[in-house]
Design a protein around this ligand. Structure first.
Ligand code: AMO
Length: 434
């Protein structure tokens, strides 16, 4: 390699104003267009596209021949002169003097990066490295990165401490979803379904406000557009707080993230016009939800969970983010605090986007005796939760928290129908590679 790539300019750093300047750009051969007397090589880098123009007769014949021959998607560096050109998409073109092929692509590509040929999601995920070269897909992951950064900034500004809890664990947390067993030396262990037990134990540490953004593993057999077997959860736990307090934190976080992303220019390539949701979000109780559904002709037996179709009906009726509170204890995990005024319901909530569930949380049981009996009443063995229960015996403040699905949040913000679109390398019932 002889070109100095350290000096290379991104395509968006150049414009007609650089007319006459000698520059080096580097990237992928996005497209080649042969118009007879003139040949266009479109170079793509992280920031966009640049048109490299070769006029037959005006450039070195050997360079012309090499440019024509370079396979699409090869990685090249080009040195040349910027020329202001109204007809070029970015208002300038590059008249090349040298081209170095840094990595030649095989001629038959697994995917078309110019979006002229639409590929099935499976084909795209099989060649994800190349799918990510597409404009729309690139923006999804830049937004994902910005959403995670916005969340961390929000938590930081609100006095939270970031924690990292183990992903190899000995006990289940979320009744109802299966665990992935793994072999851990001579013992059986599991991949963690949620940081639930650990974030609660940290409430006994005096940390008061903790958050974690990390993978959760769920051995759910079903193959849907909203479930992954490895997902990312943003979890918080707050001491001396009630369910209402953490619901307020959650809605503020959602509005904060929307506001951060709303002016991101890449949204237009996704066709999304992001409106920051108004606060506070509507709150309905579980009883009100089943009443509304029954009036709309959908019967839900009291104590039954809401089906996907019921969730969608409610979403259509409400039309914006909303909370469902006061759930029957029977369908919420053992750690949800029973309601002070009704024994069969608990202080738990789900946050719904009209299209899907985004988060769930609750006020937690902080009495050792009650927690132990609730674990047993769910048919679980208190022995396997001893390490957790211990934290409730020597001074545990009242606390509340929630878990928010990062992929679900992205899907809802970006109006994306399949959760796999917002994960680099999704893990589902059938997919373990790449
Ligand atoms: P829950 O099980 O409801 O609650 O999970 C919280 C949120 O995580 C997301 N989520 C998923 N996303 C994609 N694929 C999955 N298989 C999947 N499972 C869950 C959803 C869901 O709302 N410990 C409690 C939280 C708490 O009370 O603090 C919990 O894990 O968006």
């Amino acid at each position: 390699m002889t070109m100095k790539l350290g000096n290379r300019r991104y395509t968006d750093e150049l414009s007609a104003a650089n007319d006459g300047e000698q520059v080096c750009i580097a990237g992928w051969v996005h497209e080649k267009r042969d118009l007879g007397g003139v040949f266009f090589l479109i170079i793509r880098d992280l920031k966009g596209l640049a048109q490299v123009t070769l006029h037959r007769g005006n450039v070195d014949a050997e360079l012309f021949r090499r440019v024509k021959r370079v396979p699409r998607e090869s990685v090249v560096a080009i040195e040349g002169r910027v020329k202001s050109e109204e007809k070029a998409p970015a208002g300038y073109e590059i008249i090349p003097e040298r081209m170095e092929v840094l990595s030649e692509a095989s001629p038959v590509l697994p995917l078309d990066t110019t979006d002229k040929v639409v590929a099935e999601l499976d084909t795209r995920l099989d060649a994800r490295f190349m799918d990510l070269r597409r404009e729309r897909v690139k923006h999804i992951f830049i937004i994902r990165s910005r959403v995670l950064k916005a969340m961390r900034d929000f938590f930081d500004e609100h006095g939270f401490i970031e924690i990292n809890t183990p992903k190899v664990v000995s006990a289940a947390t979320e009744g109802g979803t299966a665990l992935f067993p793994i072999s851990y030396f001579e013992r059986e262990a599991f991949l963690n379904q949620s940081p639930q037990l650990y974030k609660q134990m940290l409430m006994a540490s005096g940390f008061d406000r903790v958050y974690e953004i990390a993978p959760i593993f769920r051995a759910e057999e079903h193959d849907t557009t909203r479930h992954l077997n490895e997902a990312t959860s943003a979890d918080i736990e707050v001491a001396f707080a009630t369910m209402e307090d953490v619901m307020a934190i959650l809605e503020e976080l959602i509005a904060f993230v929307y506001a951060r992303i709303a002016d991101y220019p890449g949204l237009s390539s996704l066709g999304v016009d992001l409106e920051v949701p108004k606060l506070p979000f509507k709150r309905i109780t579980y009883d009100e939800a089943i009443e509304m559904l029954s009036e709309a002709g959908e019967h839900i037996e009291w104590g039954e969970d809401l089906s996907t179709s019921a969730e969608q009906m409610l979403g259509e009726m409400i039309g914006e983010h909303y909370f469902i509170t006061d759930w029957p204890s029977a369908i919420k995990p053992f750690y949800a605090q029973p309601s002070a005024h009704r024994s069969d319901i608990c202080d738990a909530f789900d946050l719904m986007h009209p299209r899907l569930e985004l988060a769930s949380g609750s006020q937690r049981v902080h009495s050792y005796e009650l927690l132990k009996s609730k674990i047993e009443s769910k048919g679980l063995s208190a022995d396997s939760f001893e390490f957790y229960l211990e934290a409730f015996r020597y001074g545990m403040p009242p606390h509340a928290g929630w878990g928010l699905g990062v992929e679900r949040l992205l899907m809802s913000m970006l109006e994306i129908g399949n959760i796999r679109e917002v994960v680099l390398f999704p893990r589902d019932r059938r997919r373990l590679v790449p």
